[in-house]
Write a protein that binds this ligand. Structure first.
Ligand SMILES: Cc1ncc(COP(=O)(O)O)c(C=O)c1O
Length: 368
């Protein structure tokens, strides 16, 4: 099997797994306990967190560890917004469900939620954002790199607009960006990511936020992690997450250039075929979304699997709900194009020969 679904999840890196196993053996104490093993575990938690901040060159930030990015997005968004009883929230119509569904809840609670449209390149208009901002805007929540097509929002310019409104905070979902693209974190008040997308373990998400931000909790229990994510910490996973980050960030530029070549090769190989390329030219090279003629995404996915390739369709969380893929629909307003889409997502693990083999099978599928 050749795996092309790295945007859904990545296999754990061998060194990361070894770090996790060792940490599990050596630091299994409950980090809240006052005995030696507890103190050691808490020390390792803080150390891993500080190392993560150093890797990101973050100063004056706090971080909490969650179960996944979905939970981190929930804690971030509800946490900022519920400080006020009413107000405006601005987001996009191409968010991951872990943001979009939170917005739907907040609408029910009476908040004024604005969904910015995107153009055919999957980008919001800065002008639209500027027009939507008001003095009552509490939060702007934007997906940094879209998980369906890989469009990259201009966070620097977005941040400049948000900063004109002192009450408004900027949250960026960086799940598809961390370890793949350079980010200027200074522009961002809160960001989220997931360890299983960076060759870390499943079961660990991260929310980082400027330490002057006070979040309202949505979970209740102990005072662990500022009371925002109470409960026993998975210190071994936290240590493994920092290891995963360290390994990936060291290779980020090299990987980026390598994956870009794979992406360009696939684009070149299929550009003359009756296949629509949905990802814009300037998208993240890690994601290439295409639509096949007269074949819905799930059928195409199954055919490709029969031939030995694992690809994605919509967001891995919503591919079972059968709704029209919202990002593609927002971009092209074309139901068929959205339904016929397949997401190919790359890694440094892929080889040029993987891409050429995939191309051969795509040609067979579209009968060329
Ligand atoms: C952009 C984006 N945000 C959030 C998530 C949710 O991440 P998790 O699976 O860790 O909850 C995903 C997962 O696909 C994603 O791609």
């Amino acid at each position: 099997m050749i795996y092309f679904d790295y945007a859904a999840t990545t296999p754990v890196d061998k060194e990361v797994l070894e770090t996790y196993i060792k940490a599990n053996q050596n630091f299994f104490g409950n980090s809240t306990a006052l005995h030696k093993l507890g103190i050691e575990a808490e020390y390792m938690h803080q150390k891993a967190k500080q190392e993560m901040f150093a890797l990101f060159k973050l100063e004056k930030y706090e971080a909490i560890y969650t179960m996944n990015a979905t939970e981190a997005n929930n804690i971030a968004i509800f946490g900022v917004v519920r400080k006020a009883k009413t107000g405006r929230i601005i987001t996009t119509c191409i968010e991951h469900p872990s943001v979009k569904k939170v917005m739907k809840e907040l609408e029910k609670e009476g908040y004024d939620v604005i969904y910015l449209n995107v153009n055919e390149e999957g980008l919001i208009s800065l002008n639209d954002l500027e027009k939507a901002m008001t003095k009552d805007t509490l939060l702007v929540s934007i997906i940094g790199i879209n998980n369906i097509v890989g469009s990259i929002q201009n966070i620097k310019e977005i941040s400049k607009i948000v900063k004109k409104y002192p009450k408004a905070k900027l949250h960026v979902d960086l799940v598809q960006a961390i370890g793949r693209l350079d980010i200027d974190f200074e522009d961002i008040d809160l960001f989220t990511f997931s360890s299983h997308k960076i060759y870390g373990l499943k079961g660990l998400g991260v929310l980082c936020f400027k330490n002057n931000i006070d979040l309202v909790p949505i979970l209740y229990g102990s005072s662990v992690q500022l009371g925002l994510k109470p409960g026993t910490l998975d210190v071994p996973s936290i240590i493994a997450n920092t290891k995963a980050l360290k390994l990936l960030l060291q290779k980020q530029d090299k990987n980026y250039n390598y994956v870009r070549k794979l992406n360009l090769l696939l684009r070149k190989e299929i550009e003359h075929l009756p296949i629509l390329i949905n990802s814009p030219k300037n998208a993240s090279p890690y994601i290439l979304n295409i639509s096949l003629p007269n074949l819905n995404g799930e059928t195409a996915q199954r055919l490709l699997e029969e031939k030995g390739f694992i690809v994605g369709t919509g967001s891995s969380c919503s591919s079972k709900t059968k709704e029209v893929e919202p990002t593609l629909y927002a971009m092209f307003k074309d139901e068929k194009r959205a339904n016929n889409s397949v997401r190919i997502s790359f890694s440094y693990h892929n080889k040029e020969s993987d891409v050429l083999q995939l191309t051969k099978v795509l040609k067979e599928i579209v009968n060329v």
